[in-house]
Design a protein around this ligand. Structure first.
Ligand code: 5AD
Ligand code: SF4
Length: 442
């Protein structure tokens, strides 16, 4: 943990009831879902370390298990049920002693039923994660746990949350319910944190937020912040953007500043204006296409990814065709395609016009094939190029590391270079998802 960590370890001031205090205590954190959750887990990790727990990877080695959950993905609750069932068994065998459920499922209605069914000691939402501090025996952190509090960081890359929550009300989405309305961190706080991180050796900064490009603070907009960060950090990326907030200025800055990774993740959800309206997305397909034109012009070599939902209630064959048309026009480099899944408490969960599973499956595959075809073609154009590759994950047993080009392409490269360093190598082949590089020249 770096010296920028704002909380110094605090000695145990009180011991929660029922806790086994003999021997070293161990905790296992399991993270589901998005980068926001990964980031929240970093904060949780810091809390348990401050409370004197050693982190372990397997449930059976843990006194305390924390499931930091996601509610967005398909079958999210079912997956967590599976883990809770397993934990119940380990608990009966006397191995795991306590279980905490945090994150988006914790904030949703389903959590009450889960707590009743399974043996869960503590259920927390996303706004009161600080209560975990008390649970593990730290003084309360209510006062200090605000969005202003930075998270921990890896050795070479750091996620910096610049806003939390979301002011949109997309028909299908549980995020506004569980994460609340948008709160933006002050500019000085963000810049100060990034300056400290960079001074401490962090190479790569990712700005995070559910609608990161909606960030604004005292007259400053996201573009101003991104530009400022790109002057401080050696490498910058941001996610997730919303098309209604994405300014042309921001897209141009991505192309202009050579410290910004030229990768844009801009969820479109559907190519049909009718569906976009039903979903309350706040833009039409044509406006999305125009944004993409600006991006492609600003960063011709850059990569574009999106999220698409197939089978939202009321989606017709014609709507689906429109999505396929948009996919063709935008030639995405990758996409997360989701089959609609009803989330209790969202508007879409009770909408009429459910699409039969078999049709959803076919539409899913049609979108997937089209995305992969485009991505494959675009990736082929990279073959032969010599690229500067940032090593994200060091080599595994097969000797291949996973890196990223400045254009945002994922690359497999045979090197033992450490994460956070750069190598130069020629792209030798390409699949729909990754590029494959030869031996680095340095
Ligand atoms: N069903 C399917 N996909 C969903 N997403 C969010 N909620 C749902 C849902 N109920 C998808 C959206 C979003 C991504 C993070 O998850 O595409 O952009
Ligand atoms: Fe959910 Fe829509 Fe907000 Fe994204 S913009 S987090 S999809 S409500």
């Amino acid at each position: 943990m770096s010296s920028t960590t704002p909380m110094t370890p605090i000695p145990l001031s009180r011991k929660p009831a029922g806790q086994d205090l003999t021997g070293p205590r161990t905790a296992c954190i399991r993270t589901f879902g998005c980068q926001m959750n990964v980031h929240d887990s970093d904060r949780i990790r810091r809390m348990i370390q401050d409370a004197g727990y050693a982190e372990v990877q397997r449930y059976e080695d843990a006194d305390l298990v924390i499931l930091n959950t996601c509610y967005v993905r398909e079958n999210a609750v079912d997956r967590v049920r599976g883990h809770l069932g397993e934990l119940g068994r380990l608990r009966r065998e006397g191995r795991v002693k306590r279980v905490a459920l945090t994150g988006c499922i914790g904030a949703a209605q389903e959590s009450a039923a889960l707590k009743r069914t399974y043996d869960i000691d503590l259920v927390l939402g996303t706004h009161n994660t600080y209560e975990l501090a008390e649970f593990v025996g730290l003084p309360t952190m209510r006062e200090t746990y605000t969005p202003e509090l930075p998270g921990t960081e890896g050795e070479h890359n750091a996620f910096v949350t610049i806003m939390t929550g979301c002011n949109y009300q997309c028909s299908y989405c549980i995020v506004p319910t569980v994460r609340g309305r948008m709160i933006c961190r002050p500019m000085e706080g963000v810049i100060g944190e990034i300056e400290r991180l960079v001074a401490g050796g962090t190479e790569y900064i990712t700005l995070l937020g559910q609608t990161v490009d909606a960030w604004r603070y005292e007259g400053k907009r996201f573009c101003d912040l991104l530009e400022a960060v790109s002057q401080i950090a050696p490498r910058v990326w941001f996610t997730t953007s919303h098309p209604s907030n994405m300014e042309d200025r921001t897209l141009r800055v991505i192309g202009e500043r050579d410290t910004i990774v030229e990768r844009l993740h801009l969820p479109v959800q559907s190519g049909s204006d009718r569906m976009l309206k039903v979903m309350h997305r706040g833009y039409k397909a044509e406006r999305y296409r125009r944004k993409i034109e600006v991006f492609r012009e600003a960063a011709p070599d850059g990569t574009l990814s999106t999220d698409i939902i197939v089978g939202h209630p009321g989606e017709t064959e014609e709507d689906h065709e429109k999505t396929l048309e948009l996919v063709e026009d935008c030639a995405f480099d990758s996409a997360y395609i989701f089959k609609f899944s009803p989330r209790r408490g969202t508007e879409a969960a009770t909408m009429p016009g459910a699409v039969p599973d078999a049709i959803v499956q076919r539409r899913f595959l049609e979108v997937l094939r089209q995305i992969e075809r485009n991505a494959f073609q675009r990736n082929q154009r990279k073959v032969g190029d010599v690229e500067e590759i940032y090593i994200r994950h060091g080599s595994t047993e097969d000797g291949k590391a996973i890196g990223e080009t400045w254009s945002g392409h994922a690359v497999h490269v045979r090197t033992d270079a450490a994460p956070g360093t750069y190598v130069k190598a020629r792209i030798e082949s390409a699949g729909p998802h990754v590029l494959y590089a030869g031996e680095p020249s340095r």
